[in-house]
Design a binder for this molecule. Sequence first.
Ligand code: PMP
Length: 302
Amino acid sequence: MKFAFFKGEIVPFEKATISIMTHAFNYGTGCFEGIRGYWNEDQKQMYIVKLKEHYDRLIKSAKTLKIKISYSVPELVKLTCDLVRQNGYQQDVYIRPLAYKSESKIGLGLHNLEDDFAIFLAPFGEYLDISNGIKVCLSKYRRIASHSMPQGAKLTGTYFNSSLAKAEALDRGYVEAITLSHKGNVSEGSAENIFMVKKGVIITPPLSDDLLPGITRLAVMELARKELGLKVIEKSFKPAALFKADELFFTGTGVQISPITQVEKTKIGKGVGPIAKQLQELYFRAVRGENPKYKKWLTPVF
Ligand code: PMP
């Protein structure tokens, strides 16, 4: 966290500060992305994963807040690479762009408010135990439905719901939580999408089950179909199905591919399952720039 992009320029991280009166701080009127950069030591290269896709989603999220980001996607890509380069980390990083209502003003609404765009980054390793799998609870909190908050947008305000689910998991001695949609279908984790393997078929809930359209979700679907020749379907399912799954795993930029080995008191499969393991191997080779076939997912920084 040496440098950030703030108010149109790269500045020392400590200078990137906002007022306590900032609209987004008071009312949650911001949106953001979480992006990973993977350091490849042999190639002395940093690869940013699906950078364009993340900025496409950010621009969509920003639209729901009536924020127009004043940079094009290619400009955002360049800006991000410049900032990562200037920070100089030779390790994996997590990149956080934000677009938010920056005006110091009391009062709700989205019209006639100044907005701003910022980026910071930090070194970032494993977020969950992806080798041994994690135990998760079923959250009492439901995901916010698209008729309450726009679907598909990664909005700061929505993350109070995610934080409640995560906190509930930790309070109860679990690592993560699975949340349900407003209709009672399995939706996703607190900040990750969910996949279930049943009789060799991979099933994941459809976007209509109140989930964030994950970029890793699509990447994993592509790997499962193209590299493992598996059938992947989007289909709603109820929580009871979780307990009978052969394998369960989360996907997300932060969690990468995290096998779930226990839901509430029930063990799933026999530890980390073979499909999750194969997908992890494929995914990590791809994001570290070791598989030429998937170099198209990556933006090299150097
Ligand atoms: N759902 C939620 C609520 C999230 O916060 C995230 C992380 N951004 C995901 C799913 C996974 O999305 P992605 O694969 O794009 O990181």
